[in-house]
Ligand binder design. Structure first.
Ligand SMILES: [Zn+2]
Length: 397
């Protein structure tokens, strides 16, 4: 057996009805405090939700910017391709123009061999130098002038295209930097949002679980109080009947008295597979607070003593389990039956000693079919590391 279900101790004396009231009042106060905490949490949650909303807006804005940036980068990349094609075309055109100019000059050279001006021109180092010499001497024919003008325009266009290519590349690098930064910002905002929501949900769950535990404790207190009252009333009736007709019901009353002296019977038929006491700690507890009975699945589990079922639930470390409150000899006891395959009683039900309450199983934290059985002097208490108010069941059978 492992985790605690409830830590609120129950009163041990039947007579102290006011103690139940005190406990109930304390429980109610605790519940109202938890409800206040829940209200506060709700307010914080709504504030945080506004913050989440603002973050979402931020995320939306950033997402748009990222998309725009990606589009801009695409555009620039297409522009780069176009410019490269344009530059290649211009370079081809210029080469052709240079060839034509070269041919034209060769013709001129042949015509006027001794022209000193042309000689000066042909002494030029390259085509560009040659053009500037032509222009300087202003001696070329009209058709040659237009050829030269086209050539200059092509050169100018090439220079412009190269500059544009350079500018586009610079813009592209800048846009990529901006994109990276925006994506980083976007991820940071997303992380912030996730962390905020996680924190709030955790806080809410913790408060809700506190309230649930307190409600369970309240229900058990109520059931235990009712069980104690019913037992006291039954004992009174028994005493009255006994004094009125001692001879005729002596046998029956003996049985009741033997119950009232604190006797518990074995709740299952199987053999004892683990007794109460120190445990290895391998299963999450260093102290085994009851007795385990190994046995076949679905074999009968019976009430160890007469009492009131104060809990009949499924789930949790105990699996399908039953708590029964007993009033024996003026004292309250609580017995626990865990890991059952099925339950045959309901909360609030009165049970007799030996009456079936369920079927043996292996639900909850259990490694094989067995009944885990506890006897508490008073209400249910739990400590994984040592004894609280458990009695050793084996001392009764
Ligand atoms: Zn056990």
């Amino acid at each position: 057996m492992t985790l605690t279900l409830l830590t609120t101790p129950f009163v041990t004396s039947v007579g102290a009805a006011t103690s139940y009231k005190d406990k109930q009042q304390q429980n109610e106060q605790k519940q109202s405090k938890q409800k206040e905490a829940l209200d506060e949490n709700k307010q914080q949650l709504s504030k945080a939700q506004e913050k989440v909303y603002a973050i979402d807006q931020q995320i939306n804005g950033l997402t748009l910017q990222v998309v725009e940036n990606e589009q801009k980068i695409d555009q620039n990349e297409r522009q780069l391709t176009k410019l490269k094609q344009k530059i290649t075309a211009l370079q081809k055109k210029i080469k052709k123009q240079e060839k034509m100019l070269g041919d034209r000059l060769a013709v001129r050279q042949a015509k006027s061999d001794k022209d000193p001006l042309l000689e000066a021109v042909f002494g030029a180092e390259d085509i560009g130098d040659m053009i500037s010499r032509f222009n300087a001497f202003n001696t070329i024919a009209e058709s040659d002038a237009s050829l030269l003008k086209d050539y200059e325009t092509s050169k100018q266009e090439l220079a412009e295209a190269k500059q544009e290519l350079e500018d586009t590349r610079t813009a592209l690098i800048h846009d990529r930097k901006v994109l990276k930064k925006k994506q980083h910002e976007l991820n940071a905002e997303k992380d912030k949002r996730t962390a905020l929501l996680k924190r709030l949900k955790k806080q809410k769950r913790s408060i809700e679980s506190n309230i649930l535990s307190l409600k369970e404790a309240a229900a058990q207190l109520k059931a235990q109080e009712a069980a104690a009252k019913a037992a006291a009333l039954a004992a009174k009736k028994q005493a009255a009947a006994q004094s009125a007709q001692p001879a005729s019901i002596s046998k029956a009353s003996t049985k009741v008295i033997s119950n009232a002296t604190g006797k518990f019977i074995k709740p299952a038929n199987g053999s004892i597979s683990q007794g109460m006491g120190a445990a290895s700690g391998n299963n999450g507890y260093a102290y085994h607070n009851g007795t385990d009975f190994a046995g076949p699945v679905n074999s009968a589990i019976v009430a160890s003593a007469a009492g009131t079922v104060i809990q009949a639930s499924s789930g949790g470390p105990y699996g399908n389990h039953v708590y029964i409150a007993h009033n024996i000899g003026g004292k309250t006891y609580t017995t626990v039956y865990a890991h059952m395959n099925a339950l045959t009683v309901k909360q609030g039900q009165q049970v007799k000693q030996g009456q079936q309450i369920g079927k043996l199983g292996s639900t909850g934290n259990s490694t094989g079919p067995h009944l885990h059985f506890e006897i508490h002097e008073g209400g249910y208490q739990y400590n994984a590391n040592g004894r609280t108010n458990e009695l050793n069941p084996e001392s009764f059978f």
